[in-house]
Design a protein around this ligand. Structure first.
Ligand SMILES: *Cc1c(COP(=O)(O)O)cnc(C)c1O
Length: 454
């Protein structure tokens, strides 16, 4: 809005409290000590800007700042109540950690015996606990290595096995139907080529035969790679060889078979019969299996390499292994996920639709009672999400509320994210732990005040 000299005199913006005044308020001084001065200044500036834009009155700057300081966490990342029904939600941090994994994060946040043997006082092996837990969970693997994420696991495997300086044995044989983009424009073929490997594409988008692979094998072949098309499904006239067929072919040619599962099932998951798992892939003859620590395994972000001892050792010795190694937080949380009770991701997968219906009915009734909002229960399919199980519906239910609540719930505290459909807001409780129900109701009570009960 253009400034005019006549309006400046009564300009309400002149009443906006100055930064010095705000920073001197006792509650703000205290918040500076705990959150850091830069953070507090940034919040003050943001509230002043809202007043300058006329979104709030100058008199509201002080209380708004105090409220913002009150709800500000240790970082700018905010916890979210995931009421979308999408279990491995790529935009919401993928896997929520189990209580035990959260405890493990706390335990190792300070100094910890990450690479130290407290008994002997000598250097210890990094990640020994996570490795042991992986081998218990997947006895078909001779050895295990944990790296930063799934992409890092693939990068390491391809670099160590196919990017030979002499340029020999640098071809990765892969089906054209498996050249996938896994999200946000990230393409696995680009990753592999950036590692210096050459992709030898075989077959077609929908069908690749064993003979296609066989014809491509030669003196340049470094490995055969099988990639799970995690986030899409080709249906109809389709087909790729079984892992066991590929492994026989690879071993006859003297090269390893790498299987990138994308997700992290270490053994078959009854709720997802179509999803690949590490045990089945290894017993089928894969030499190295790449899996995820968070997608479907339900732990921290990590890439897990399982398979033949000699190959895993070779990958572990490669210089790149250091660049992609897992940090102590991931190692601790992964071990706790593997040894502890079923993590939230797996529980959400196995949710019984009838249990979910009863819980949803009860929550809808509480919402009606506490807020006067019209809350009905409607059928709603949950989804596995970015972790796999593309297009597999997980039958369930949701609370349906007025669609106008979607935005205020998203920007409220805690933030609640649901799905807007046909003018309604659907809240699916599949991924909302029972101990978050109270928070959900409070969030709803907070935003529903101005709403007329329909
Ligand atoms: C997700 C995925 C990856 C990458 O895993 P990140 O943990 O996201 O790095 C690699 N391969 C496949 C097949 C995937 O689905």
């Amino acid at each position: 809005m253009p400034e005019s000299p006549t309006s400046a005199a009564q300009d309400p913006r002149r009443r906006i409290p100055r930064t010095d005044h705000l920073l001197d308020l006792p509650a703000v001084v205290a918040a500076s000590a705990s959150l850091g001065e830069g953070v507090v200044r940034g919040l003050a500036r943001a509230v002043q800007d809202r007043a300058r834009r006329g979104e709030i009155l100058p008199e509201q700057v002080e209380p708004e700042l105090l409220a913002a300081l009150d709800t500000r966490g240790a970082s700018s990342l905010l916890p979210v109540v995931n009421a979308t029904g999408v279990i491995v939600h790529t935009n919401l941090g993928r896997a929520p950690l189990s209580p035990l994994a959260r405890q493990a994060l706390q335990d190792v946040a300070g100094y910890a015996d990450v690479e130290f043997d407290l008994t002997t006082g000598a250097r210890g092996r990094r990640g020994a606990g996570a490795r042991a837990a992986l081998l218990v969970a997947c006895p078909a693997a001779e050895d295990a290595l944990v790296v930063n994420n799934g992409a890092a696991a693939l990068l390491l495997a391809v670099t160590a096995l196919a990017a030979t300086p002499a340029g020999e044995r640098h071809e990765i044989v892969i089906s054209r139907g498996e050249l996938v983009e896994i999200g946000a424009g990230f393409r696995l073929p680009d990753l592999m080529e950036s590692a210096g490997a050459r992709l030898r594409e075989v077959g077609t988008t929908n069908r690749t035969h064993l003979a296609d692979y066989r014809d491509a094998l030669g003196k340049d072949t470094a490995a055969i790679l099988s990639v799970h098309t995690s986030n899409f499904r080709v249906i109809g006239f389709t087909g790729v060889p079984e892992i066991s067929e590929l492994s026989r072919l690879a071993h006859d040619a003297g090269v390893p078979l790498i299987a990138d599962l994308g997700s992290g099932l270490l053994a078959p998951e009854p709720a997802l019969p179509g999803e690949p798992d590490a045990t089945t892939a290894l017993t089928g003859g894969a030499d190295i299996v790449l899996c995820s620590g968070d997608k479907l395994l339900g732990g921290p972000q990590a890439g897990i390499l399982l398979g033949r001892a000699e190959l895993i050792a070779r990958l572990g010795r490669h210089p790149l292994a250091r660049a992609v190694r897992a940090d102590k937080l991931a190692l601790a949380a992964l071990e706790a996920t593997l040894t502890g009770p079923l993590p939230p991701v797996r529980r959400a997968l196995r949710t019984d639709p009838e249990d979910l219906r009863m819980r949803t009915e009860a929550v809808a009734a509480r919402i009606r009672r506490h807020t006067g909002l019209e809350a009905t229960v409607v059928p709603h399919d949950g989804r596995v999400g970015g972790g796999g199980g593309a297009e597999v519906p997980l039958p369930g239910w949701a609370v349906r509320l007025p669609g106008a609540l979607a935005a205020p719930l998203r920007t409220g505290r805690p933030a609640v994210v649901g799905t807007v459909r046909d003018g309604g807001l659907l809240l699916d409780l599949r991924c909302v732990p029972e101990d978050q129900e109270e928070q959900l109701l409070e969030a709803l009570a907070g935003v529903s005040l101005g709403e007329e009960p329909a």
